[in-house]
Design a protein around this ligand. Structure first.
Ligand code: MG
Length: 264
């Protein structure tokens, strides 16, 4: 029931609605210009416009840096012998780890990135647990997303494929069988360090394994360590990406990366 003292106002609003022109099909709905309501434009901003990226179906986004196109190791160098040629081998459109030769790393350094890579654990199953198709992606050379043949292969769960090694197990095991190509699509947000080198925000990692979400903005406790508990130490804003040599002939192909410059 409308209180009597508000009746004139109610009649005024109802009258306005009755005289409004009926919208025609295809019209933009009329914006309510009632002065005491916030106008829609208050929450709209028009610049800066996001850069245009073309993303062809099944292809590489136009702003991606191709790290491996199946033809050359140009974007990479040896970690064991800085500046030396990559000690791994090319086979068809893939690069294959040569055991006992050491990790490789990108010549370019990165901070926040989106990474796509494809990997294949050996078809011939020889080892068990951590000895099957073991490799890894080290963001900034120190934060590892594990690569392992985790198809019907028991190991500690925070060391299986899709884990943040020794920190977070994957949400699910999306592994394909030995010898099959698999994909990782990873978002890495670098840690931020403040005054005195104190960690201000931790590294965060999101991983899709074969298109399946296996890590969602996992907040790392520090760099990957094999023994003991991780803790952050301040480091450069940008560092190379590494791929791990772990004595297994794991293969890689189609590796590209996008710098994503997340807000501080
Ligand atoms: Mg590994």
């Amino acid at each position: 029931m409308i209180p009597l003292r508000l009746l004139p106002l109610a009649l005024f609003i109802a009258g306005g609605a009755a005289f409004a022109a009926a919208p025609k099909a295809g019209d933009t709905p009329p914006v309510d210009q009632t002065p005491w309501l916030p106008q829609p434009a208050v929450t709209e901003f028009w610049s800066p416009e996001p850069p245009i990226v073309t993303a062809p179906s099944g292809g590489i986004p136009s702003d991606a840096i191709v790290l491996f196109d199946g033809k050359s190791f140009d974007a990479w160098t040896s970690v064991k012998t800085p500046g030396a040629p990559v000690p791994w081998k090319l086979e068809g459109d893939a690069m294959v780890v040569v055991p006992q030769t050491g990790h490789i790393e990108t010549r370019q350094s990165f901070r926040d990135v989106q990474l796509h890579l494809e990997f294949r654990c050996p078809a011939e199953v020889t080892g068990t647990s951590q000895g099957r198709g073991n490799s890894g992606v080290f963001f900034m050379g120190q934060y590892e997303v594990q690569i392992l043949d985790s198809y019907d292969n028991k190991t500690y769960v925070n060391g299986q494929a899709g884990s943040i090694y020794k920190q977070f197990p994957p949400l699910v095991n999306a592994s394909r069988g030995p010898g099959e190509w698999q994909t990782y699509d990873i978002v890495f947000e670098a840690p931020r360090f403040g005054f005195g080198g104190i960690m201000r925000t931790p590294a965060r990692i999101t991983v899709f394994h074969n298109g399946v979400l296996v890590q969602h903005a996992a907040e790392l406790r520090g760099p990957t360590v094999f023994r003991g508990f991780p803790s952050y130490k301040p480091h450069a804003d940008r560092l190379p990406l590494q791929l791990q040599e772990h004595r297994n002939p794991t293969a890689f192909r189609n590796i590209w990366i996008r710098e994503i410059n997340l807000p501080e």
